[in-house]
Ligand binder design. Structure first.
Ligand SMILES: *Cc1c(COP(=O)(O)O)cnc(C)c1O
Length: 393
């Protein structure tokens, strides 16, 4: 079937909620994908940072194939090995001495973290301390609650009434956070590198100040690592490079190497807050998905793998800068989470042009072409992408 034929069927049967790029993808290998008409692309988007292990990865395929022959789903009324081992790895590799709740997406993980923070405060101080401070320009998800947690007005439309109890502080402005974190607050939630907002890393000194404020006022520090987590920025979690100790870390995108999964990791300070009957989800921690999580953590969690991510990030960033195009005003980000800064409003045109020439890239904020390649991308694939980028920019 050609793209045009398939698109006509899509328009007939699938809700029109996405502005999709005009290609239909068919298969992949490493960081390379092919569309239904056989055209080849170097994928610097990896399904919005999800396919961290690349396509047709034998480690992931073996793990989920073996598990598929045993059990795919049992519900949380029973214990399974893959779920327990995945949780143990997350706790041990982060040294947070805490516990994990498995969900199915980033938004659901953030919902869990918000509930956890409110109950932490309710248990200790009673009603009234419910406010969660997030940052202007943040992104935390698309449910009615996480839309409101998102600090961008354009998301606060149509679906009224939204969940109350969110307030937005300016990024890298500690006084702003201090003002918003009043006696009604129970938590501060932030992305260390704002992803959808434009690939904007937070200032480490600001993050340290926020951490100290959270300790002083007994606020939970929730780090949304849905995009930055699982090796993306060159450490297993980005907070490890900021030298902080969060109370809660949420994660999703890369965690299942392509399978849908999210998780709330609570440190020892609050690991016992959610109790039987207070939080649940049918699919969370299902064995087939946790088999993939284990394979991802065993691979991405290794020091050599993470060192390679940092090296590849530097290589790609330097390669882009050395194009020397007047259209490129800089490259932001950490590890393999990069934003090429272009003139405001031209990012979409550049992403479209890149795709037309054979590189998959996405956008962020008002002026960033966002790159989130598979962490396993090869030198040859990066070079191929850089050649095409040179032509486009
Ligand atoms: C993608 C993203 C989310 C939402 O994740 P979904 O899986 O789409 O619900 C939340 N927070 C951040 C930082 C994200 O990048």
């Amino acid at each position: 079937m050609t793209y045009q034929e398939l698109k006509a069927e899509e328009n007939k049967y699938v809700m029109n909620t996405y502005g999709r790029f005009p290609i239909a993808l068919d298969r992949g290998e490493g960081a390379t994908v092919w569309d239904v008409e056989g055209r080849k692309y170097i994928d610097l988007a990896s399904g919005i940072g999800v396919n961290c292990m690349g396509y047709n990865n034998q480690i992931i395929i073996d793990a989920i194939t073996a598990q598929a022959h045993k059990l795919m789903h049992v519900s949380n009324l029973f214990t399974t090995e893959p779920m327990v081992w995945a949780a143990k790895k997350l706790v041990e590799k982060t040294h947070l001495n805490g516990k994990v709740f498995f969900a199915n997406s980033g938004a659901e993980a953030n919902e869990g973290a918000i509930k956890l923070a409110r109950k932490y405060s309710f248990d200790k101080y009673g009603e009234g301390r419910y406010k969660i401070v997030t940052l202007v320009n943040s992104f935390h998800g698309r449910t009615v609650t996480t839309l409101k947690a998102t600090g961008q007005d354009r998301f606060h439309n149509y679906f009224f009434p939204f969940t109350e109890g969110f307030d937005y502080a300016e990024a890298n402005d500690f006084d702003s956070v201090r003002r918003k974190a009043d006696d009604m607050a129970c938590a501060v939630m932030l992305e260390l590198v704002q992803g959808e907002g434009g690939v904007l890393p937070l200032d480490p000194a600001f993050v340290k100040q926020v951490e100290a404020l959270c300790r002083e006022k007994d606020l939970l520090l929730i780090i949304d690592e849905v995009q930055t987590g699982v090796g993306r920025t060159g450490s297993l979690f980005c907070f490890q490079q900021y030298g902080i100790r969060p109370d809660v870390v949420t994660m999703a995108k890369g965690l299942g190497g392509g399978l849908p999964v999210g998780a709330v990791l609570a440190a020892e300070s609050c690991a016992g807050v959610l109790t039987p009957g207070t939080h649940a989800t049918t699919f969370g921690g299902t064995p087939i998905v946790c088999a993939a999580v284990n394979a991802v953590l065993d691979t991405v969690g290794e020091g050599q793998f993470l060192a390679a991510v940092r090296e590849k990030g530097e290589y790609l960033k330097n390669g882009i800068l050395s194009i020397g195009s007047p259209s490129i005003h800089g490259v932001r980000g950490m590890g393999l989470m990069l934003g090429i800064i272009v003139d405001e409003g031209r990012h979409t045109a550049f992403a479209n042009k890149l795709i037309e020439k054979g590189v998959l890239a996405i956008t962020a904020g008002k002026n960033a072409v966002r790159l989130l390649p598979p962490l396993t991308i090869s030198r040859e694939e990066m070079d191929e992408a850089l050649t095409i980028m040179k032509e486009v920019f």
